[in-house]
Design a binder for this molecule. Structure first.
Ligand SMILES: [Zn+2]
Length: 404
């Protein structure tokens, strides 16, 4: 027997009673697969997760539909070991999580409005829809088979919010086949019977008509703000991220807090955070340039102060980048008669190195294997210069160079 879909008639029905038709062991321990004669739980489908809630106090963790029969997965692991009430013929009370359902209906109905406008204004089809709210940050994506610009999206957003402000009726119904044949509507599949039509707007001024089986709000005013966020080019069209209603408010609250914190940290008005950030970035670039110049001068002075030796030399620094290491090496080789190593890093994370020669007749390549072994290194190069990384300690490295 097909399950009576209470959400079809009344999408705001969150509490209901129904009779248990079957209750079998679920796929995981401590769960039951419960079929009722009727339910207000919307099953997973059409890009939307199943409604959460409880059946006689037990959490409903999943709801699926097969051939018109809706099955609830119910968690019966009661902490106090209380027996579950799911016996065939028993009456149970269902509670759909109202806040989640309303938020999903706001976003789902918002999707119809946006898809209707895009279809009417640009002729593009909605070819993908996903409504995700299982993590902390809800995300709604809409895919269209044509490209849109930010300016066009702003115009679509204005039009959508005008439809919200007009508080237009949203009607969901199953038209008779002869009426259905006369209707123009958007549909993903070509069906001729059992088609549920969701109409936005009055009969004499329809804003959108679409075949859909999900629950929607009754009036566009319930949606609240419709906000189109980022968009990317996707499979020849666009993928738009959108948030409506309570999810849009949550997103705004978070972003407002971010802007307020940035504004306070930079001591600029909230309207100037972008300018303030650009100024900070420019200052940072200037400081980086100045630091690099100071560092270069310091390196030169340090190398200048090193006493020249006929033997080998090795220098250490925590954070030299590759060009700075080569620059240091080029100065330092003039101070030694044999091997000259420049090491950047520390004992804990290891070192990167470049090794040069004070004596131009030395063939460094011939020593690469020995150096790799002595310094637990991976490296190589030419007869003039070797480079690589080492996991040896500074003490081991210094002792190698002292004997070379
Ligand atoms: Zn829908």
């Amino acid at each position: 027997m097909k399950t009576i879909r209470l959400f079809d008639e009344n999408s705001h029905l969150y509490t209901f009673t129904a009779t248990v038709l079957s209750a079998e062991a679920g796929k995981t321990p401590n769960t039951l697969a419960v079929v009722l004669d009727a339910t207000a739980f919307f099953p997973e489908g059409g890009g939307q997760y199943a409604d959460p809630g409880t059946l006689s106090g037990c959490p409903v963790t999943d709801v699926q539909e097969t051939g018109g029969v809706i099955t609830h997965t119910v968690d019966i692991s009661h902490p106090d070991g209380v027996a579950h009430p799911f016996t065939v013929g028993a009456t149970v009370t269902g509670e759909v999580d109202a806040a989640t359902r309303l938020a999903r209906m706001q976003n789902h109905t918002g999707e119809h409005i946006i898809s209707g406008i895009v279809h009417r204004m640009y002729g593009y089809k909605n070819v993908g829809f996903h409504l995700s709210d299982r993590r902390d940050a809800p995300d709604v994506t809409l895919d269209f088979d044509g490209v849109l610009t930010r300016e066009q999206l702003d115009a679509i957003e204005d039009e959508a919010n005008a439809i919200v402000a007009a508080c237009l009726p949203v009607k969901a119904y199953y038209p008779a086949p002869d009426e259905l044949a006369t209707l123009t509507y958007r549909a993903k599949l070509e069906l001729s019977e059992g088609v549920r039509i969701v109409q936005i707007g009055r009969d004499d001024d329809v804003k959108d008509r679409c075949a859909c089986c999900a629950p929607h709000v009754d009036n566009t005013g319930e949606i609240g703000l419709i906000k189109l966020l980022d968009f990317i080019h996707y499979k020849g069209g666009v993928r738009i991220h959108m948030l409506c209603g309570s999810w849009a408010l949550k997103d705004y609250r978070r972003k407002y807090a971010d802007v307020a914190a940035m504004s306070a940290a930079m001591s600029v008005g909230q309207e100037d955070v972008t300018l303030g950030f650009a100024r900070l970035k420019a200052e940072l670039e200037e400081i980086k340039r100045g630091t690099a110049e100071l560092r270069r001068q310091l390196e030169e002075m340090l190398i200048e102060s090193i006493e020249a030796t006929e033997g080998s030399l090795c220098l250490f620094d925590e954070g030299l980048d590759a060009p700075a290491m080569r620059r240091t090496l080029n100065l330092a080789v003039q101070k030694c008669g044999r091997f000259c190593g420049v090491f950047s890093g520390n004992d804990k994370d290891g070192y990167r190195f470049v090794i040069g020669r004070g004596d131009p007749t030395l063939d460094l390549k011939a020593y690469a294997k020995e150096i790799n072994t002595a310094l637990s290194a991976r490296g190589g190069g030419s007869s003039e210069m070797l480079q690589g990384s080492s996991t040896a300690t500074r003490a081991v490295i210094e002792s190698y160079f002292a004997n070379r």
